[in-house]
Write a protein that binds this ligand. Structure first.
Ligand code: FAD
Length: 250
């Protein structure tokens, strides 16, 4: 019997983890115990939350942030102060609750290849990069994982990423704090201060890389323009917008 469904299916939240001040991860299994279809790293699921009146919240897309070899789904959600669904999820959905989800979808996926892989996540845009980095575990593919965030207060997945990098020689991590706190130490908590710019990219990124990135719009625009300026071929530039409708190439 196929484990794929149309529309939405009940998921049970079996774990909930606060990743930082704003980001919460939800660990999900099918409520009927069925096996979940595997995702391709980079894909997302649509989620909606049952409401008290028997209706559902609006649906929102959330990237699967775990290793695709796991038998559960994990979504990691940044609480938007004025956001409808992210606030509802982070504030009201707890372990044991039911939410609904789609099958994994999306074309922003890790392609096979052996050129150096450059994964760049800005803030919550780290979610697809994490899943992609896990896919390289046990391979020889060289990975540069670059994580840009404000400072230690927003350092989601810090321990998880450190563990991943410690155990896998092929993955090299660069942590960038755009606004480090006084107690944040360069060389210990982060490797570079400020926003990624074209000069930094030219000095630190391989010309022959396969690039994947996701983050705030201006961050992505800078990356796209920087890669263009470096002469990176368009088909090696892959990105995902969490806010559809924007064009970062202009
Ligand atoms: C492919 C894809 C993957 C994604 N993956 C992730 C992920 O892994 N993690 C994640 O956290 N998000 C992810 N997103 C974003 C996510 O789908 C939602 O867009 C996000 O959670 C906001 O939804 P919301 O319902 O909380 O906000 P909405 O209610 O849709 O509001 C959107 C924005 O408008 C602002 N806003 C709304 N109402 C007001 C108001 N009255 N005044 C001022 N501002 C207002 C909110 O602050 C918010 O920033 C992804 C999006 C896409 C397209």
């Amino acid at each position: 019997m196929s484990n794929v469904w149309k529309g939405y299916k009940d998921f049970i939240v079996f774990d909930k983890k606060q990743e930082d001040e704003l980001v919460t991860s939800f660990y999900l299994k099918a409520a009927d115990g069925a096996e979940l279809p595997k995702h391709i790293p980079g894909q997302f699921i649509a989620i909606r939350v049952p409401l008290e009146d028997g209706k559902y919240s609006k649906a929102r897309q959330y990237t699967l942030s775990m290793d695709s070899k796991e038998d559960y789904y994990r979504v990691s959600i940044k609480r938007e102060a004025e956001g409808n669904v992210s606030k509802l999820l982070c504030d009201t959905v707890n372990v044991g609750d039911i939410i609904q989800g789609s099958i994994p979808m999306g074309r922003f996926v890790l392609k096979d290849g052996d050129s150096p892989l450059v994964l760049i996540g800005g803030g919550i845009g780290i979610t697809p990069m994490l899943s992609m980095a896990y896919a390289t575990v046990g391979t020889d593919r060289k990975v540069k994982l670059i994580y840009s965030l404000a400072n230690s207060k927003n350092h989601s997945f810090e321990d998880e990423i450190n563990e991943l990098v410690k155990n896998n020689d092929n993955i090299e991590l660069t942590t960038i704090f755009t606004r480090p706190l006084e107690e944040d130490k360069l060389g210990e908590d982060f490797d570079f201060k400020g926003r990624i710019n074209a000069e930094w990219m030219k000095e630190n990124l391989p010309m022959d890389g396969e690039f994947y990135f996701c983050g705030p719009i201006e961050f992505m625009r800078t990356l796209y323009k920087g890669l263009e300026a470096m002469g990176v071929k368009k088909d090696a530039i892959n990105y995902e917008l969490f806010a559809p409708g924007e064009d970062i190439t202009k």
